[in-house]
Ligand binder design. Sequence first.
Ligand SMILES: Cc1cc2nc3c(=O)[nH]c(=O)nc-3n(C[C@H](O)[C@H](O)[C@H](O)COP(=O)(O)OP(=O)(O)OC[C@H]3O[C@@H](n4cnc5c(N)ncnc54)[C@H](O)[C@@H]3O)c2cc1C
Length: 420
Amino acid sequence: MTAEQNSFDVIVAGGGPAGSTTASFLRMLGRSVVVLEKERFPRFHLGESLLPCGGEVWDELGISDEMKQRYILKPGARFIHNESGLTQTYYFEEAIRPDHPFAYEVPRADFDNLLLRRSEALGAVVREETLVRDVHFDADGVSVTLRDQDGQSESLRAKMFVDATGRDTFLGTRLGIKVSDELVTTNLACFTHYEHCNRQSGRDEGNITIVLFDGGWWWFIPFKGTVTSVGCTLQKEFTVSRRGLSAEQMFMAALQATPVMQELLRGATRVRPVDTTGNWSYRCKQFYGERFLLVGDSAAFIDPLFSTGVLMAVTCGKYAAHAIDEAIRAGDFSAERFASYQEQALRGADLFKGLVHEFYSRSLRPLLVRSATHPATCAAITSALAGDVYRPAMWQGLFREGFSVRAVDSLDLNHSETRS
Ligand SMILES: Cc1cc2nc3c(=O)[nH]c(=O)nc-3n(C[C@H](O)[C@H](O)[C@H](O)COP(=O)(O)OP(=O)(O)OC[C@H]3O[C@@H](n4cnc5c(N)ncnc54)[C@H](O)[C@@H]3O)c2cc1C
């Protein structure tokens, strides 16, 4: 590699949705960029249900047509309360601003590869099986030490560094700025894939189903074809009282506690071993510093109840690319100039985090399966579920002020009609 190829405008660590999208937008702005990814793609990843408002980014990246061909459409989100049987489906076309009436369910191995190859097609240098090991900032730029696919050490230079390493939180851990969210009471996810589940039919086939039960909640995400992603996130009290169980035993214990899920999986065949992950819901104290930005899960991760991770990763990837482009044009890489990037990122993250907190404090649970009787509330929830959180809107104020606590005061899960 020549000295010229050793030097870039931007080095991006991590080739997931945050890293590849940041790289693609940087290329569209004419900046040179290298993406360093420790795995070889395609690789398995959690986070398979997308939100409609990602559509704006897919359009700008030029991948909307390909996505329509590859993936099943997700026109809505169905919530079922296991203990009461209450069911409600939110259709994105009924959002307050229904300009993105559907999303997609995506096997992430394929989807992340599509995004990464797109950044490459736009001119990003993509190096897989390449681990970022160290980063050093000085007055003139950034030096990154990597280990390449042959195990060799190498150093690259750039004007800016983007940490898009996901929940590995490369910089957040090094800088000691990662703070966990104690209000979220789930601490473990068990997940797998099944074939031939009892899906909904017709246009509803691609809806995500979220099943709420006393020990946590389940996701049921149907892919195009016959495979469905199935997983549960479990409350601390559920997992602590079953400490020592294997991943499979924990999954089966949760299944035993959820007749609604048993019904969805009746006759289905498991096609992946059960796996687990934990320790989510954290935020770094700051998403920026002199010559660096944190994007996607490396900056913050919110409990995945509302399928928000990919939307936040790609939206913030776009914001990050613009912030960096402006810094390069100004020749100014001081930390202060990136504060507005964090403000943009938090606009969506705070609203989602507020909703998740409402859910775990239980006031949002009844409302999710009973809001049909309150049309304005239902439309506001639909808009949040569609991910319409980055453009200002009146209804967002209702969530930020915790309206659901007041609105659900009179609701009772054990006394209601069902709407599906
Ligand atoms: C249980 C669960 C369910 C979820 N469900 C959903 C969902 O339905 N919908 C949704 O939108 N989101 C969901 N998410 C969240 C979603 O997975 C993430 O928000 C999303 O993947 C974030 O993208 P990212 O690019 O920031 O991180 P990642 O996708 O994790 O990408 C980071 C990349 O960085 C690479 N990397 C890490 N360290 C290094 C290093 N030192 N050097 C080089 N490369 C490195 C990794 O290999 C990885 O490829 C879920 C998450 C969990 C835990």
